[in-house]
Write a protein of this length. Structure first.
Length: 366
């Protein structure tokens, strides 16, 4: 019989990442550090583990809670649950409600393991449903870093290799950014958003909290011109043998010099040196964001379909309210982005990266 238990913070701090690394489907977004990043943004992290009859951990879930009036709460989890999907049943839902003390709860998770029909069927049997208002794409691409650098390069399309060569000939300076500045990162993002007509990808507070909380698990690279001006940046969070992109931005000047190709290649090489075997390029959307999709596809990465987003609520009306609130919030963000642009609005590209800002259901907080 499987039993879910809530781990105290002190115990989780000492053991969570070690246990997480034992699972093939472990995600960097389930790491202890990522939970502390969420804490810094106002969420309360919870960490549950499922134990079998031998007292062995067979599944894990890190989730983040926000509380509202009348005992209503929202739980969001990214990258999980992990482990045996048979344990993600009503016992997990009951444990969430009991250990958080919430009278009514809306739960949503985004699982980054590859989609399998038997996993889908088990989730439906366990009471989980697909949300009608998804926040991210269920499709991504991964680079196999168990290959040699020559093999990786051979998998790239010809034009992609040509652009990488052009970047290498442009006298760009690429290095690991050991003492990053949140304002500089935000500046590169602002330049990219203005050119592409994007909504705000990450606020300065999110960036600052990311740099503060992730620390040892974060790999951050910077590409600059001969005068030291930033052109591109890229960051990935690493957990065990897996890594996933969490920041990626290129200014208009960087686009002209193809700096995104050079910094991407530097990031892959660095992750290889750390023993990373699989690098997640953080989502694709060929229809809404074809430019980024072409870049990732031409890099030789392999497309995958993720198990994706699922939700459950202790009351049917709360699930309806949760989806409606998320839909409204996304529309508001898109409208604000258009109104705040000084240039004429361009076609919107749907945000496809793993979200650093989880949904905030617009209840009145207590």
């Amino acid at each position: 019989m499987i039993k879910w238990k809530l781990l105290e913070d002190k115990i989780a701090q000492a053991t969570w990442d070690q246990e997480l690394a034992r699972f093939d489907d472990c995600s960097p977004f389930q790491s202890y550090a990522w939970g502390e990043y969420r804490r810094g943004l106002g969420w309360q992290p919870y960490r549950w583990a499922a134990f079998n009859e031998k007292n062995e951990i067979v599944a894990m879930l890190q989730g983040y809670v926000r509380r509202y009036f009348l005992g209503i709460g929202l739980l969001w989890s990214e990258g999980g649950p992990i482990g045996d999907v048979r344990a993600w049943d009503e016992s997990l839902q009951q444990s969430i409600q009991q250990t958080t003390g919430l009278r009514r709860v809306y739960c949503r998770f985004r699982c980054d393991r590859p989609r399998r029909i038997d996993d889908v069927l088990r989730l439906r049997t366990g009471g989980w449903l697909r949300p009608w208002e998804p926040m991210t794409s269920d499709y991504s691409m991964t680079a196999d870093l168990s290959l040699s650098e020559e093999q990786l390069l051979a998998r790239c399309e010809r034009n992609w290799r040509r652009n990488l060569k052009r970047a290498n000939e442009a006298n760009l300076v690429i290095h690991e950014w050991l003492n990053p500045d949140a304002d500089e990162i935000a500046s590169v993002y602002a330049s990219m958003q203005q050119v592409k007509g994007l909504e705000e990808q990450h606020s300065r507070d999110e960036i600052e909290q990311l740099l503060k909380s992730i620390n040892d698990e974060l790999v951050l690279y910077r590409c600059e011109d001969e005068n030291g001006q930033p052109l591109s940046l890229m960051a990935a969070i690493v957990a065990g043998t897996k890594a996933c992109s969490v920041l990626s931005a290129t200014s208009e000047a960087g686009r002209e010099l193809h700096s995104s190709y050079a910094i991407f290649w530097a990031m892959l090489r660095h992750c290889q040196s750390l023993g990373v075997k699989s690098y997640d390029l953080a989502g694709i959307d060929p229809v809404a964001n074809p430019g980024v999709y072409r870049f990732k596809r031409a890099s030789g990465a392999t497309p995958i379909e993720l198990l994706g987003e699922w939700d459950w609520a202790s009351r049917p009306w709360l699930r309806w309210l949760g989806n409606c609130a998320i839909a409204q919030r996304q529309r508001v963000r898109q409208t604000e982005a258009v109104l705040n642009k000084s240039a004429p609005p361009k076609r919107k590209e749907r945000r496809e990266m793993h979200p650093l800002l989880a949904p905030q259901i617009q209840f009145k907080e207590s």
